[in-house]
Design a protein around this ligand. Structure first.
Ligand code: NAD
Ligand code: TYD
Length: 333
């Protein structure tokens, strides 16, 4: 099969492309706008593969999409603005990419008659104190990030009902692993711990996330793409839950840093307390998350230790300005 993978230069997209090329005969075209979070470096080891091609362009650009989609049998859409804190500071790009971009992709899929898979998030359900969200839980997003992702999911569902386009939605829980941009909790804490920078924990550090190793999300998406029932939504949750402070303490241990680096800082506005997904529906397709958090976090810390070539240019570039704006402190040189 030939796949169009939108947002394939990002964290999860690049892991998905690597896994598909290694485990199938797929040809893959990546369409990516290369925002601050999109990096050709994350695909560096795949560029020489004759089954791989890269197109630089935005999903909200119909010409770029038509060009990249030629001959493909399915679209897998990872392209998004993905950081909640940035969506609070500057929501504009979130609305454009999630609403307009998803619409342009759906129109192209409809015209060319190809299957469409939308990569979505547990954050569309909002926060849950106890128990887990199922696919029929109501959508109650809290941030501009999750609200625009929920809007995109609804648009996808409307194309299935109205135009009989074959669509699938995968809602993942918090991912971690290699190639994640260090604005997100786990890579931010790992790199700060390596450098002896403060470790900024929001609020009381008791917010809980349902951690999913990125390769397990990638395989869950493949399961849904190949075996999912068109029109259905599938939750893909991780095997372990943890509060933020426990995650940060484990990173401190694994990186040999000092506990005194932890600093409790002002909480995020609208901060969701807990996410938790019930994943029985995707499990019935034969998927399971093979990586427990303890194993995954060790692999992740080791990957960042061994791959400074990947993150050093980020830490010395525009990320420093973002960091100072967001946290009011400078990073160590
Ligand atoms: P990321 O920020 O690492 O990557 C996003 C990619 O999309 C980048 O390569 C970027 O250049 C590209 N992009 C952004 N806007 C674009 C546009 N308009 N046109 C084309 N390309 C564009 O994100 P990620 O963490 O890999 O997330 C991928 C998807 O998975 C997103 O849809 C996100 O909502 C979803 N998701 C993420 C998580 C998580 O924990 N990171 C969990 C569940 C679901
Ligand atoms: P994040 O990685 O931004 O993912 P999301 O908000 O999409 O779940 O944050 C994960 C958790 O970590 C969340 O509860 C917010 C918290 N957090 C901090 O305490 N400090 C930080 O510097 C960041 C980025 C996140």
């Amino acid at each position: 099969m030939k796949l169009l993978v939108c947002g394939g230069a990002g964290f999860i997209g690049s892991n998905f492309v690597r896994q598909r090329l290694a485990s199938s005969d797929d040809e893959i075209v990546v369409l990516d706008k290369l925002t601050y979070a999109g990096r050709r470096e994350s695909l560096r080891d795949l560029e020489a593969d004759a089954r791989f091609a890269f197109v630089h362009g935005a999903i909200e650009d119909p010409e770029a999409v038509d060009h990249a989609l030629a001959g493909a049998g399915a679209i897998v859409n990872f392209a998004a603005e993905t950081h909640v804190d940035r969506s609070i500071a500057e929501p504009d790009a979130f609305v454009r990419t999630h609403a307009l971009g998803t619409y342009v992709l759906l129109e192209a899929a409809r015209k060319q008659g190809v299957r469409y898979l939308q990569v979505s998030t547990d954050e569309v359900y909002g926060s849950i104190e106890a128990g887990s969200f199922t696919e029929s839980s109501p959508l109650e997003p809290s941030s501009p990030y999750s609200a625009t992702k929920a809007g995109a999911d609804l648009l996808v569902a409307s194309y299935q009902r109205t135009f009989a386009l074959e669509t699938l939605i995968c809602r993942g829980s918090n991912n971690y692993g290699p190639y994640q941009y260090p604005e997100k909790l786990i890579p931010l804490m790992i790199l700060n711990a390596f450098h002896g920078d403060r470790l900024p924990v929001y609020g009381d550090g008791a917010n809980v996330r349902n951690w999913l190793f990125v390769e397990d999300f990638a395989s869950g998406i493949s399961h849904v793409l190949e075996h999912g029932v068109p029109g259905e939504t599938y939750n893909v949750g991780g095997p372990d839950e943890s509060d933020n402070l426990t995650v940060v303490r484990r990173i401190i241990e694994l990186s040999g840093a000092d506990e005194s680096l932890i600093e409790f800082v002002t909480d995020r506005p609208g901060h969701d307390r807990r996410y938790s997904l019930a994943s029985e529906k995707v499990a019935a397709l034969g998927w399971r998350a093979g990586t427990r958090f303890e194993q995954g976090i060790e692999r992740t810390v080791a990957w960042y230790r061994e791959n400074e070539w990947w993150w050093a240019p980020i830490r010395s570039g525009a990320y420093r300005e973002y960091y100072e704006r967001q946290y009011g402190t400078a990073l160590a040189e």
